[in-house]
Design a protein around this ligand. Structure first.
Ligand code: ZN
Length: 255
């Protein structure tokens, strides 16, 4: 990780080359900070820690938006602090630990597995720390116990793996996957005062982009459900792994 870019007052984002994965740092008081989804390779996470040290920022806590391997990473240089997640998200990270380790070992090997996926369940609806209010918006789209964070003071929404400009909605393969996804989008749409949206993969957007992505995701779900997704209709589908994901989701809904 080479650079931290300020996207809102006190909100810094670093973007990794692998999967265009974002890591977000929110600045608190007296040099403390909250670190959200540090990712993704060993060098990226160590680089993020070095950037924080260079700015005299000390992590006071972490937040994991959801229990997928690329969102539960950490390194010792980030410090021995609680890394919160929703209770459901923390439970999944325990239950699915073997699969998560498989994922990280295949795609980004070398992480300290003692620190990998060690999440603290947070029952309350805001992250306990001394920085700006960090409200948890929990839903079961993309993954059970997915927790976005919203910072009302600056209007930043850290959306996790939702509202991406480069990825289609990626459904959780449980009961009623489209319904769950719609419910998740509804919760995000109900957030008042979003000025900046930070997706887990992709590019930071403004309030207009927040609304555009919300509409694009709803259009995608409509077409998926009605079976009318046409080639070129959603430029995010493309020809690579997202095409394969789209085909898998089509089978999930219509199979
Ligand atoms: Zn992800």
């Amino acid at each position: 990780m080479r650079a931290l870019t300020q996207v809102a007052p006190g909100v810094l984002v670093a973007t990794a080359a692998l999967y265009t994965t974002t890591s977000t740092v929110v600045v608190g008081h007296g040099g403390s900070c909250l670190v959200v989804d540090p990712a993704v390779t060993v060098a990226d996470v160590a680089g993020l820690a070095a950037l924080l040290a260079g700015r005299n920022l000390r992590p006071q806590a972490g937040w994991s938006t959801h229990p997928h391997w690329d969102h539960v990473l950490w390194c010792s240089q980030l410090g021995d602090v609680p890394r919160y997640a929703t209770p459901a998200g923390a439970a999944v990270s325990q239950a699915e630990r073997a699969g998560l380790i498989e994922g990280v070992t295949a795609a980004a090997p070398g992480h300290d597995l003692e620190l990998f996926g060690r999440l603290t369940p947070l029952a309350q609806k805001s992250v306990p720390w001394d920085g700006p209010a960090a409200l948890v918006i929990e839903h079961d789209a993309h993954e059970v116990g997915h927790g976005a964070l919203f910072f009302p003071d600056c209007g930043a929404l850290l959306a996790g793996d939702m509202l991406s400009d480069i990825e289609i909605p990626l459904l959780y393969a449980g009961d009623d996957p489209v319904g769950r996804y719609r419910a998740g989008l509804e919760k995000l749409a109900a957030v008042q005062g979003v000025r900046v949206v930070v997706p887990g993969h992709g590019h930071v957007g403004d309030s207009g982009e927040f609304r555009r992505r919300m509409a694009a995701d709803l259009r995608y779900l409509d077409a998926l459900e009605s079976g009318t997704t046409a080639a070129g209709q959603d430029e995010r589908i493309g020809t690579g792994w997202l095409r394969a994901e789209h085909d898998r989701q089509f089978a999930l809904v219509h199979g």
